[in-house]
Design a protein around this ligand. Structure first.
Ligand code: 3HC
Length: 289
């Protein structure tokens, strides 16, 4: 495997492009237009500059890594890719359209993968030209830091496709875990109920934002408290995944917390809108309750 294409140059797509290039792959990076793909590459360059300043990587290695990332305006160059990873907006109709379009240039041996956090792989595979060569590869944010890739087999995913992803994951130095195509896979099945429960606890007045976060951070040794992590992921994303768990299982234990729904309705989506459970307009995040 030599060439990896990444569709979507946002936070996840850029992270996947960065770690793929760091592993020595030639990377094609696309978004809705070339400007956005180039902006994704500029973000990676800034990230690498910080690593160079901290002497975590040499200037030469950073430049070589960047040189392996090629922003592209459309899918045509992806005909040469061995692996195409879609990391676009988490909306099924958008992803299906991408698979239909990129499917037209997908090489005869190439694998098509989705970084979806919650949409069933078996269903998405129906929009691809060959469900046997379709698979879920779920990365975690921030991609360069997090050591895990969740691999999700659809019903039709072939063993050969799984083997290619095993080889790719090993090259990236990530630990792979294998999940069946069940709602939330492993991580979000376990994580989202915890974040949702923190929202219930806040809504019911159990404790303040700062104390709920400190309790879990220090009492459980988590790097971030649940409300900080929810803001980091995006409250809209948390709600969307919780709704997938709730609607696809019908189990009331997954029902979204009313406060989480309200925050999303208010447009308070976390760090990305500078307001979630914390206010991010100043130098340090300030709890809003
Ligand atoms: N990109 C690249 N590197 C980053 C980064 C980013 N966005 N953010 C932080 N880093 C690096 C820093 O450069 C630093 O590297 P160094 O040790 O080589 O100098 C290292 O990470 C630690 O960063 P900081 O010292 O700035 O900050 P922290 O020690 O507080 O760590 C954190 C930040 C890594 C984000 C840590 O708080 C953490 O692990 N939080 C939990 C993250 C998590 O749970 N992610 C999963 C979310 S769920 C998900 O993604 C699934 C989806 O489907 C919802």
């Amino acid at each position: 495997m030599r060439t990896v294409a990444v569709i979507g140059a946002g936070q996840m797509g850029a992270g996947i492009a960065q770690v793929s290039a760091a592993a020595g792959y030639h990377v094609l990076l696309s978004d809705i237009d070339l400007t956005r793909a180039e902006a994704g590459k500029s973000g990676i360059a800034k990230q690498l500059d910080r690593q160079v300043e901290k002497a975590k990587i040499s200037r030469d290695d950073a430049d070589a890594l960047l040189g392996r990332i090629q922003p592209v305006a459309d899918y045509a160059p992806m005909a040469a890719a061995d692996l195409i990873i879609e990391a676009a907006t988490e909306r099924e109709e958008i992803k299906r359209k991408i698979f239909e379009n990129v499917g037209k240039v997908l090489g005869a041996e190439a694998v098509l993968a989705s970084n979806t956090s919650s949409i069933p792989i078996t269903r998405l595979a129906q929009a691809s030209p060959d469900p046997a060569r379709f698979i879920g590869v779920h990365f975690f944010n921030p991609v360069p830091v997090m050591g895990l890739i969740e691999v999700i087999r659809g019903l039709a995913t072939s063993q050969e496709t799984v083997a290619k992803i095993e080889q790719y994951g090993a090259a990236l130095g990530k630990r792979l875990v294998f999940a069946n195509d069940a709602p939330g896979f492993i991580v979000n099945r376990v994580l989202m109920p915890m974040l949702n429960e923190a929202c219930f606890a806040l809504g019911e007045g159990v404790a303040t934002i700062a104390d709920i976060d400190a309790a879990c951070q220090l009492g459980l040794n988590h790097p971030m408290g649940p409300l900080t992590l929810a803001d980091f992921i995006g409250l809209d994303t948390c709600l969307e995944i919780t709704n997938v768990l709730f609607t696809s299982t019908g189990d009331p234990k997954f029902r979204p917390a009313p406060l989480l729904v309200k925050y999303v309705e208010a447009g308070w989506l976390g760090r990305k809108t500078k307001r979630g459970f914390y206010d991010y307009t100043g130098d340090v995040p300030v709890p809003t309750r």
